[in-house]
Design a protein around this ligand. Structure first.
Ligand code: ADP
Length: 245
């Protein structure tokens, strides 16, 4: 099925400096990339290669110095963060400690002024999707780190974002748990048909989670391909080296 919507990144540059003329660091150096509706794309590369900067530019949290970002054919240059309809999930899900699990998941739905009955039904549906059926009344302090990230994922999906941006969402967890959760995150994103960009420095995780993987180095894209194509036909020694092939 061809899903509607999609992200189009064209020649995007992100720079950091003390002023517009101070271009000390070029974090993203002319990236062009498409993410199709319903696709899960991983942005993979070593620490400091510009993954988060690109993700933050898509979110509207970082200005672009050059290039364009469009979603569904609309240029986002003048669209503020809260009007983009995107969801964000970070390394530490930062749940609200004084709300129980259900009310954490319901947060975005309360802002949308969804009725209580619809909200409760949606919270149940999301908790089931992340494998936490029956957890609605639990206090977040009683959950493990992995369970907390599941709740954070459910919360970010509840308002049905048209694009979900995940920045190293599993990095704070231990290795074994990360692998299991990577599978579950993929299943949840595909089941909900959520167009997603998933930032990680871990190639195993990128291969598990994504339909396609965009390999970045020093602000540039080296190769964008399916996990199978990357494994069998890395485009350069640098890609092969980074993937440990
Ligand atoms: P990654 O997500 O791949 O680890 P980042 O996008 O965080 O990479 O960083 C890319 C480059 O931009 C790095 O050199 C980093 O030091 C620099 N950088 C990131 N954020 C800032 C900032 N707020 N101010 C100045 N430099 C930054």
């Amino acid at each position: 099925m061809i899903e509607p919507g999609g992200l189009a990144i064209r020649d995007v540059v992100v720079r950091y400096g003390r002023s517009r003329r101070d271009t000390t660091t070029t974090a993203v150096d002319g990236v062009t990339l498409d993410v199709a509706g319903g696709e899960v794309l991983a942005l993979l590369g070593p620490s400091g290669c510009g993954k988060s900067s690109l993700l933050r530019a898509v979110a509207g949290l970082e200005p672009v110095a050059a290039g364009t970002i469009e979603f569904d054919g609309e240029d986002l240059a003048d669209v503020p963060v809260h009007r983009r309809g995107f969801g964000l999930l970070f390394q530490e899900g930062q749940l609200f400690p004084h709300r129980d699990v259900g009310r954490n998941v319901a947060y975005g739905l309360e802002i949308q002024k969804m009725s209580r009955a619809d909200r409760d039904a949606r919270v149940e549906e999301l908790l089931e999707a992340v494998g936490l059926t029956g957890y609605a009344r639990r206090a977040v302090a009683t959950l493990s780190g992995g369970q907390q990230q599941r709740v954070a994922l459910a919360r970010s999906l509840a308002p049905q974002p048209r694009l979900l941006l995940l920045d190293e969402p599993l990095s704070a967890l231990d290795r074994q748990l990360r692998e299991r959760l990577a599978h579950d995150v993929r299943r949840t994103l595909k089941d909900t048909g959520t167009t997603s960009v998933f930032v990680t420095h871990d190639h195993a995780e990128a291969f598990t989670v994504a339909d396609r993987v965009a390999v970045m180095d020093a602000g540039r894209l080296l190769q964008v391909d399916t996990p199978d194509a990357l494994r069998t036909a890395p485009a350069s020694d640098r890609v092969a080296e980074f993937l440990g092939i």
